[in-house]
Each structure stands twice: as C-alpha cells, then as structure tokens.
Design a protein around this ligand. Structure first.
Ligand code: GLC
Length: 712
C-alpha cells in the first residue's frame, strides 16, 4: 500500500510504519556524511536499512572554504539503489546539501540578496538554485539560514538576511517558496530547511558556536519571527542550532525544539541536528556520554541526527529500556517519511547524471544573478555625482579585489567555480568601458584617466562559519592604498566587497563615492559595471546597520527608548551608526509627501491603511524601496522606537509619483507574549513611511489610536 502513490501520504506513512521493525525506524533517523572513502560502507548500511539520509558533504566545512567537496551523482545513485532495491522495504534516502545562495549559478550571499529588499527576485533565485541542485540529485537544501544577526563580528552574518525580523521573514518565506514551489514532487524542486533554531546570530562577542543570552520576549519577537514566516510558507524541515540559550543547548532543548517550534510556531515537518550537535551535548556538559546525548536530543524533539551516529548506536536500547517510547520513535519517523513521500522519492529516487549539465548556468540563470547582484549593491556615497561615470570615461581599476573571482562568490559556495565568476575588471571590459587595470598607485597610467575604481574588501574566507573577527576594519593596507589614490586628485570610487558590515568611517573620508557590493556572486563584475555606468540605477538598501566603530557592536536600528533616551551614549564617539538600516542612495532623488491614514482609531482586531506619495524628483528613472515603520508608544512590554512593519520596491519614471499603501493589523502592530498570544495593546501608535530608518526629515508620518473597545 505505501508504495502506491494513489493513496494519501498519511495512509502511506501509516502503512509503511506498521511494517517497519524498530531497527528500520531508527535507520530513518540516522543521516550519514557522504564521505568518499565510505561509499561502499554506505551502500551496505543503505541496503540494511540503517541510514535514512545522506548529508552530501564529508566535513562541516563544506561551505567554509575548505577542500572542495564535489557531488558524485553516480555514487549517490549507487547508494540510493542499495536503499531502494537492496533493503527490505525499499525506503529511499533523502539527500541533503548546502545550497545556500545558488548551486552552480552563484547568487549574491544572502546578506547581499537582503540588500535588494526584493522577495520576488530572491524567490526566483531560489527557484533556479532548486532547479540546478535537483538536476544533480539533491533532494533537500540546508537553507534558508534565517538567523537574525546584529553583530557583524559573527562570520555567519553573511549567510542570513540581516538584522530585522520583517525583512528577514519576508525573504525567508520567499526562499522557501522558491526552493519548494507549490508541488514538492516536481523534479525541479527541493525541500527547504529553516536554520538554525534558534538565536545563533546572538552569540556572545560574535564568537561562533558561543552562548546566546536572549530574553524570552526578544526570542519570540525577534529571533522567532523569520521562523514563523518560513514555517507559514511551508518549510518541510528545521535545523537545530549549535548554541545554547538559557542554559540549554538548542539541540537538547525540549522547550525550543518542541515547545516553541511545534507548540507556538506550529511546525509539522522534521527537525535535523546540525553537524554532530547531538554528540556535542557532551561538550556542552549536559550529557555524560553519547547514550545520554541521544536520549536528551531525541526527547527534545530532534528527529534526524546529522553525522554523529548517537541515535544509530543507542536509540534501540533506549527504547528497549523504556527510556524512549515507540510512539516517540514513530512520530519522528512519520515526520521524515511524510517529506520523502511529498518529494516523490518513492516514485523517482534516482538522479539523471546527464540532466545537470543541461541545467547549469543557463543564460536566464546568469541574467537573474546579474539582476539580483545589481539590485543588492548599496550606494553609500556619491559626492558631486561622480557616479554614474560618463560612457566615454577612461577608467582605472585597481585594488586587491579588482581581478578577484572566487572571492566574489562569497562563503557557503559549495558547487560554484571561481573561474565562472565575472571579475570586476572583466565586468568593465565586457561593457566596453575604456579601462586600464593597474596594480600600483604610482603607476603612471593613472595620470591620464578620468576616474579611479578601487576594489577593496575582504575575501570569502574572512566570513562564514567559524570565521568571526574582532576588528571590522578593511584588511591591512587598503586604507593606505585609498589615501594614495585620493592624493592623485582624481575622483575615486570605492567598491567594497564583503561578507559583513565593515567599518568604513575612514574610507568615506577619502573616497568620492562608495558602493557596497557584499560578495555579489557569479555575475558580480557585470553588475558592478552596470551600476557604475548607470545602466542600472542603484536601489539597494542596507539590511544591516553599518557601525561607525566596532565598539558600538551589537548595534541595530530597532533600539529601545530606555528611561534616559538623551543620555547613556558614548562619550568618545557618536552613538549613531555610520550608515543606518534601510539606507541606500540612488542616482535620482525621491521625495515623500502627502501622508494619509485611513482611520484615526481602530479596534485591536481592525486594520488601518497608511499611505504616502513618493515622487521621482530627479532626472533619471529609478527604483525606491519604500519602508513603513511603526511605534507603540505605551505597552506592557517596551517596544522599539521604530519597527519595520512593511516595505515595497517601486519603479518611478522621471517626475512620476506613486501612492504607496501599507495595511497594518495585529501582525504588524502586535507582539507575541509568553503564552504564545499575539497582543495588540490599546493606545497611541506612531507610523512613518520613509526611505530608511534614520528619520532625517525625509520621512512622512502620523499617528492613530488602537481602542480596546469596539467602535460603532
Ligand atoms: C554546518 C553548518 C550548517 C550546515 C551543516 C551541513 O556545520 O552549521 O549550517 O548546513 O553543517 O553542512
């Protein structure tokens, strides 16, 4: 019955579980790394029903710049065949891989994608990533990473969507839709995995794997927000985090993996551990041995163990001793089998080795990567309208990242190839710009150019997993180079490629213009040239705050008012950031006016519409990311002085105006309390429609009141 796809998935799951032995059930909870040396052993284990999944990597550093870990489609098929045709019940393996920001077509790092504030385009990129990954036999990706990050010292800030719950939540949902589509059984879709549950981005000191001290209120209203959106978008899996919260390692925390994740957030897929995080419960000091680690993690609600083998070793005796019930085992197995059936693995378990070559790097994939990269670029400074450059300009390109290729792909790029990436120099050459690439600031050819583009920033190894840094400065020598170039008396355009916010306080003093490119992916060079030439009018906005000094960290825009808002700042530097969340310049100018609010008072169950007119007052067309912020002035729980409640990217021709409207209700106005209820408190709310979060007078706004009682 379970092999008959005419039955419902629930019927097939129940039938299959009723036929499985305890050993076969435990096999489904065991995920092994696809280590090349172990392929024969994996074939045997699969045939014996001892494994249910492979993580297609053989170290946890697959994305962190370690040795390349190529997929072996033929071998993966061989192991799969052993499971499907060799084992007693023929249950297929689910094959997981870190497809984080593209598979072979590498898109900007997720933090860069977040700077586009373009959920549709992010969804399109995930759709392309799924198409390429699925063609190579990948069934499931360990993405999107939805960890809110407000500490740029943490290397994995590169891998998420930034500091804000609203933006991160919208992009988490977009990525899940892109990976999974409407029908997970389609051959070009893969399962998504929201990670890492939870609060990993708040590790103390930005030091990876560290403790995260987070209040329950902040956990529910900041760090859980993107998980809520990703779960509502239908994500089939969640990965437990390495860090601890409140004295409990997440991988062993029932309050997180069951109480919060399933009880409050309503998750009904399966939970997978992060690399060896079950075994690491011993290192955390909560498990005496691997047997205890297996029991604690499984009791917490962790369904599938990645790589460390504690479940395979100890679950059977834990059940036989009554420490774990067979019902618990059946629930975990059912969570996993449901996804395998939804993926259509029982019908189509094998990859077609010929298919991927026809799917990789299609022109439309590259053009999407180029468009997303261009939209992710944030114009921070443009003194005297140095940019865009004239079509006839003679341009010098210099700097450590001028010819960089692998670096531009960024961290967590497992299946891309550096030599397929367009460097900055090649991007300008492809555009037919009259350029000269020089290596030295004293090169005589610099005297006869019109503008100097200096490519600065960090390489892909300086961000990502286990790549936290204490000083957020540009790498050594880069400021010195910039100052030498400034001394030549030519306009200097600094293009900064980075996996995180860097401290640009000095840079902005010496560069005429500054463009933040993140790690822009395989089409980075073309996208940068498109923006510098004005083919694309920059529209990127910061998804993270750019600090003035590392001493300000952690720093973000959604700060609390405190009891002494006028005091408490630093005495040695301003407390404001160098560049604010949501900030980004355009080559044109947008004016915000005519704020309107549909009602001046609503009940807690109503919605209110707020809108403003946005006008392109400049002389070239452009996109603007219009942002809506709210503030609840008086609430039982303190609320930030402003919270992003919505955003919309619009395109405006020269002189064109559009009225942009946001509908605000409980989801936007409320906060989650400790009982899992969404609370909208009566009282005065401020609301603004703005170009960014700094509120420098360009925003427009007003107030409305939420009434406890119903109004007639
Ligand atoms: C790594 C990462 C996780 C990744 C997993 C598999 O340690 O923490 O994000 O998906 O291992 O590679």
């Amino acid at each position: 019955m379970y092999s008959d796809s005419n039955h419902t998935i629930d019927v097939r799951v129940r039938d299959l579980i009723s036929r499985m032995t305890l050993e076969e059930k435990i096999g489904q909870l065991n995920q092994m790394p696809a280590i090349e040396a172990d392929f024969d052993k994996l074939v045997e284990l699969a045939a014996a029903g001892k494994i249910g999944s492979l993580v297609l990597a053989w170290t946890p550093w697959a994305g962190a710049g370690g040795e390349r870990q190529n997929l072996n489609v033929a071998e993966n098929n061989r192991i799969q065949r052993a499971a499907v045709e060799g084992s007693r019940l023929g249950i297929p393996l689910i094959l997981g891989r870190d497809v984080v920001h593209g598979f072979r077509t590498i898109f900007p790092i997720p933090l860069g994608q977040a700077a586009s504030w373009d959920p549709e385009l992010v969804e399109e990129a995930a759709t392309i990533a799924a198409r390429e990954a699925a063609s190579a036999g990948v069934h499931w990706t360990f993405a999107p990473m939805v960890d809110i990050a407000r500490d740029p010292r943490w290397g994995r800030v590169a891998e998420g969507y930034g500091e804000d719950p609203c933006l991160c939540g919208a992009l988490a949902a977009a990525s899940v839709r892109g990976f999974q589509g409407e029908d997970l059984s389609r051959p070009d879709r893969i399962g998504a995995c929201l990670k890492h549950m939870i609060g990993y981005g708040a590790v103390e000191g930005g030091r990876d794997y560290n403790v995260a001290e987070i209040s329950q209120h902040t956990l529910l209203n900041v760090y859980a927000a993107p998980f809520r959106k990703g779960i509502n978008a239908g994500a089939v899996s969640v990965m437990a985090a390495f860090n601890e919260i409140d004295g409990e390692p997440c991988s062993g925390s029932r309050s997180i993996l069951t109480g919060l994740l399933r009880g409050e957030l309503g998750f009904d897929g399966f939970v997978v551990s992060d690399w060896a995080s079950v075994d690491e419960l011993r290192e955390h000091g909560v498990a005496e041995n691997r047997r205890a680690a297996a029991r604690i993690a499984f009791d917490a609600g962790l369904d599938m163990e990645m790589s460390s083998g504690c479940y395979a070793e100890h679950l059977q005796s834990l059940v036989e001793n009554g420490d774990i019930s067979i019902d618990q085992i059946d629930r975990a197995v059912a969570n996993i089998l449901r996804v395998k059936f939804r993926l259509g693995l029982f019908e189509n378990p094998y990859a077609d080795p010929e298919l991927s070559s026809r799917t990789f790097l299609l022109p439309e994939h590259r053009s999407c990567a180029r468009k997303l990269a261009a939209r992710s670029l944030v114009l921070l400074k443009n003194e005297d309208h140095v940019l865009p450059i004239s079509p006839k300009a003679r341009v010098a390109i210099i700097g450590p990242l001028a010819k960089a290729q692998r670096e531009l792909m960024g961290t967590w790029t497992v299946d891309g190839f550096g030599d397929e990436t367009v460097s900055i120099v090649d991007g300008f050459r492809n555009a037919g710009v009259d350029i000269v690439h020089v290596d030295s600031p004293v090169d005589a050819r610099l005297t006869d150019v019109d503008v100097i583009v200096v490519a600065l920033g960090e390489d892909h190894l300086r961000s990502g997993e286990n790549a936290s840094i204490a000083a957020l400065d540009l790498p050594a020598g880069q400021l010195d180079l910039l100052e030498k170039l400034e001394a030549l008396g030519k306009p200097v355009v600094a293009v900064v490629c980075a996996g995180r916010p860097l401290i640009l306080t000095e840079l902005t003093l010496h560069a005429s213009a500054a463009l933040y490119a993140w790690h822009p992916g395989i089409e980075g060079g073309n996208a940068i040239a498109d923006v510098v030439r004005g083919i694309v009018n920059p529209s990127g906005k910061l998804p993270v705050t750019l600090p003035r000094h590392v001493g300000q960290v952690p720093i973000h825009y959604a700060r609390k008012n405190t009891g002494r808002p006028a005091d408490g700042g630093y005495t040695d530097i301003p407390s404001t950031p160098l560049y604010a969340f949501g900030y980004g310049l355009s080559y044109t100018t947008f004016v915000y006016s005519d704020f309107e609010v549909s009602r001046h008072s609503i009940t807690v169950s109503d919605t209110v519409e707020v809108s403003a007119l946005v006008t392109n007052a400049g002389d070239i067309p452009g996109d603007e990311v219009v942002q809506c912020y709210i503030r609840d002035f008086v609430s039982q729980r303190t609320r930030p002085v402003r919270e992003l409640a919505g955003f919309e990217r619009i395109t405006l021709e020269v002189g064109e105006s559009k009225r942009v409207m946001f509908r605000l209700g409980a989801q936007e106005l409320g906060y989650w309390d400790h009982c899992g209820k969404l609370i909208v408190e009566p009282g005065r709310f401020g609301v603004w429609i703005a170009p960014d979060s700094q509120f420098d007078g360009r925003e427009v706004g007003g107030e409305f009141e939420v009434l406890a009682a119903h109004i007639d």
